[in-house]
Ligand binder design. Structure first.
Ligand code: ZN
Ligand code: ZN
Ligand code: FE
Length: 754
């Protein structure tokens, strides 16, 4: 008989709220070990004793068989003194300071729970809050750490005897499932007509399904907020929703019944289908295979997601249409409503009825949006299912809070070597989003127990950013400003932990404040995070007339760029084939008198100008609409013509391409072919710029980031043109390439400050 020994295990990563302790309990018993497991502020600790070979097998299984939703970062094993243990137990959580234990993102309902819900004789038949240790809400119900029922919004619902039995039974799959509940003791759903409750529980859901079929608009409480839902195949319901929501053209996401319905709705590669079914359950963008009138008017792509709460599955089981528009419940682009009273108030006049869930949501968490693109996984919005997972590791001298940009805002907190990024917060010019921004900062600081006096706060260089102004109001030890486009490049490097990798980077996006006080947005850098990133090139600068409105009116951007290209009144753009509206003449007048004009190297404005020249002459009704429209147009085209954007002396010159667009259009070349040629011309220009800089500085790695690289056609072209150079090309795979990724890059760039 071999001698007994004892070991301590310390496990870091996303190990709380994913059924990790019950899993440890089970494998410890399988291997005949005694001791204990507990959650503490840093993750999970285990004391195990038994035969040496059993301990070794246990250590192996600990990593190899961990629950799907767990993300183990590190396992540290040390010898321990054998104790007087005769059995293996799950001990009480310890409370401590400075917790960095990852709290799990919200998890989709598992197959076993769904089967129970749909089994008529089951105790939880028709119960929309069914969950277990491996599935259900997490981040959206947590109000503090460690993750125990008493620190979630489920503390308001004491468990009945049966639930408590499951919760305490180590053999049960609900063992230590913090949100466990049943129809007898837990929260339920209510159907509300705006004035009063008209049904409750399963009846409420039974009543709602035919309402959706008949074309009504239903506000539905989900995991991290309310959705507005209607039949995606009912054009008049979709049009009514747009009208009531003041959302003219921005695409709606669609929730489909199941994987089969998804395959009938968008083109799905195996990787895209895996993403769709992943535990994050994001909205996945793909080429639309069906025409759903009014759902996504400007684009050939459609965003699709699968049901992720038991409620969603129950709705489909009760006969809801196969495809439902599921859009964040708000007016216009305010943040998603997540409190019941707010939803009832804000959505009065939009929703016909409300499906109100009684479980409180601790914080709003929007749906995430992603695609599998030319550079692999590309997150366009990182929120539910991903937040608050660690996005990078980095060793900074002090805990650091990076406040991000004002559009698509997220914030990042770096503490104990781990960078945690918040859920998507949104556009801070909206009052509600600004409030959410402040709440999220407080939430992160208190959740991770950060001492404010040692905190380093990082913000954008833009003097007029709300987030930058807020930095001044935060108590902290130090404040740093990081230039917007350096943060974009650094976000890619931080994801990979490549802090001293010398790279050449292209940051192409809408706008960001530059070192020289002008507006940047088509920038080339060389250097590394640690040594700093030097701006060594840029898109040719142009004066853009009209201040902030320039971003909403593509013809205004066009006026600026066309003037820069030397075109005067010799070409009348108000006539065929361009038909520019009056706003164009007004913009030219501003340029001539140099009133409200600003210098800009923005690539976003170049896309706007080309879109205007190819027919997008109206006002944009959402950010990025004209570039999205242009990309969709290009997807229908072939490269029958070509245009050039030479890169010389650090300048990428758009003028020949812009003149070519005008010339081709006058010649009657198909718009789609011109749009296609523009993408290729810009891609060649970017690739040339990167190669020229790389060889001058002997660098072998190129980095692409910024909102323009959400354009998968452009990204794919740039990758194609860079391939012969043999350069390594890195893009964002963990955080968004758009401004949603800025906060991570800001935090990393603090390494460049001494
Ligand atoms: Zn489950
Ligand atoms: Zn119960
Ligand atoms: Fe940006």
């Amino acid at each position: 008989m071999s001698e007994l020994s004892a070991q301590s295990f310390r496990i870091r990563g996303v190990v709380q709220g994913v059924g990790f302790r019950p899993f440890v309990f089970r494998i410890a018993r399988e291997h005949d070990l005694t001791g204990w497991v507990l959650n503490d502020a840093d993750g999970v600790r285990i004391h195990a004793e038994g035969r040496r070979e059993s301990l070794a097998a246990f250590a192996r299984d600990l990593v190899a068989c961990a629950p799907d939703a767990a993300g183990i970062d590190a396992v540290e094993v040390t010898g321990a003194k054998p104790g007087p243990f005769t059995t293996f137990i799950i001990a009480n959580s310890e409370r401590g300071f400075g917790p960095t234990a990852g709290i799990s993102p919200d998890l989709p309902a598992c197959a076993e729970c769904l089967a129970e819900m749909l089994e008529p004789s089951n105790r939880r038949a028709g119960y929309a809050y069914v969950n277990c240790a491996a599935c259900g809400p997490r981040f959206s119900i947590v109000e503090g750490l460690p993750y125990d029922r008493s620190s979630t919004t489920m503390r308001e619902w004491p468990m009945c005897e049966a639930c408590s039995g499951e919760f305490h039974d180590p053999e049960d799959r609900r063992f230590h499932a913090q949100p466990v509940a049943c129809p007898y003791c837990g929260p339920d759903y209510q159907l509300h007509d705006g004035a009063t409750t008209i049904a409750r529980g399963r009846d409420a859901i039974r009543d709602v399904a035919p309402m959706l079929t008949s074309g009504l608009i239903v506000a539905i409480k989900g995991i991290g907020g309310y959705h507005l839902a209607c039949d995606a195949g009912n054009a008049s319901a979709v049009a009514t929703l747009r009208e009531r929501k003041f959302r003219k053209e921005q695409p709606f996401a669609v929730m489909v019944r199941n994987g089969e319905a998804a395959r009938r709705t968008i083109e799905l590669t195996q990787k895209a289908e895996d993403l769709l079914c992943s535990s994050a359950r994001p909205i996945v963008l793909g080429h639309a295979l069906v025409n759903l009138a009014g759902v996504a008017p400007d684009t050939s792509e459609l965003g699709v997601m699968l049901p992720y709460t038991p409620l969603h599955s129950l709705l489909f089981a009760e006969g809801a249409p196969d495809r439902l528009v599921m859009t964040s419940a708000n007016r216009s682009s305010e943040p998603i409503a997540y409190r019941d009273d707010d939803a009832l108030r804000q959505l009065a006049g939009i929703a016909d009825v409300f499906l109100i869930g009684e479980r409180r949501i601790a914080r709003r968490v929007d749906d995430s949006v992603a695609r599998i693109g030319a550079g692999g996984l590309c997150l366009l919005r990182r929120s539910r299912g991903y937040a608050p997972r660690r996005v990078a590791r980095m060793n900074l001298d002090a805990p650091t809070l990076a406040l991000g940009a004002d559009m698509k805002n997220t914030v990042t907190l770096v503490v104990n070597g781990e960078a945690v990024m918040s859920q998507h917060i949104g556009d801070l010019s909206h009052l509600g989003a600004a409030e959410a921004f402040r709440e999220t900062i407080d939430d992160l600081i208190s959740m991770y127990g950060v001492n404010r006096d040692s905190l380093c706060v990082v913000h954008d260089l833009h003097p007029e950013y709300f987030s930058a102004a807020h930095a001044l109001d935060l108590r902290c030890g130090r404040r740093l400003a990081v230039q917007h486009h350096r943060a974009h490049i650094a976000s890619v490097l931080a994801e990979r932990g490549a802090f001293d990798e010398p790279v050449v980077g292209a940051a192409f996006d809408g706008t960001g404040f530059g070192d020289d006080g002008t507006i940047w947005g088509g920038e080339f850098f060389v250097g590394s995070i640690v040594r700093g990133l030097d701006r060594v090139g840029h898109l040719r600068s142009a004066r853009i007339p009209g201040g902030d409105a320039a971003a909403r009116f593509p013809v205004q951007a066009a006026a600026g760029l066309i003037a820069e290209a030397g075109v005067g009144d010799d070409i009348d753009l108000t006539r065929e084939p361009f038909f520019f509206p009056d706003r164009y003449a007004q913009a030219r007048a501003l340029l001539e008198r140099d009133i409200r004009c600003f210098a800009s190297t923005s690539a976003g404005r170049l896309f706007d100008a080309v879109a205007a020249l190819l027919g997008f002459v109206r006002e944009s009704s959402y950010e990025g609409q004209a570039p999205t429209w242009l990309e969709s147009l290009a997807r229908r085209g072939r490269a029958t013509v070509r245009m050039d954007m030479p890169f010389a002396n650090g300048e990428l010159d758009f003028r020949p391409a812009l003149l070519a667009v005008m010339e081709f259009r006058k010649e009657g070349i198909a718009d789609a072919d011109i749009a296609r040629a523009f993408h290729r011309g810009l891609a060649v220009g970017i690739a040339n710029g990167l190669e020229t800089i790389a060889s001058a500085h002997s660098v072998r790695t190129a980095v692409l980031s910024g909102g323009v690289f959400q354009n998968d056609m452009l990204l794919s072209d740039v990758l194609e043109f860079l391939a012969p150079s043999g350069m390594r090309v890195w893009t964002n795979n963990v955080v968004p390439p758009n401004d949603g990724g800025i906060s991570l890059g800001q935090a990393a760039m603090t390494m460049a400050f001494k």
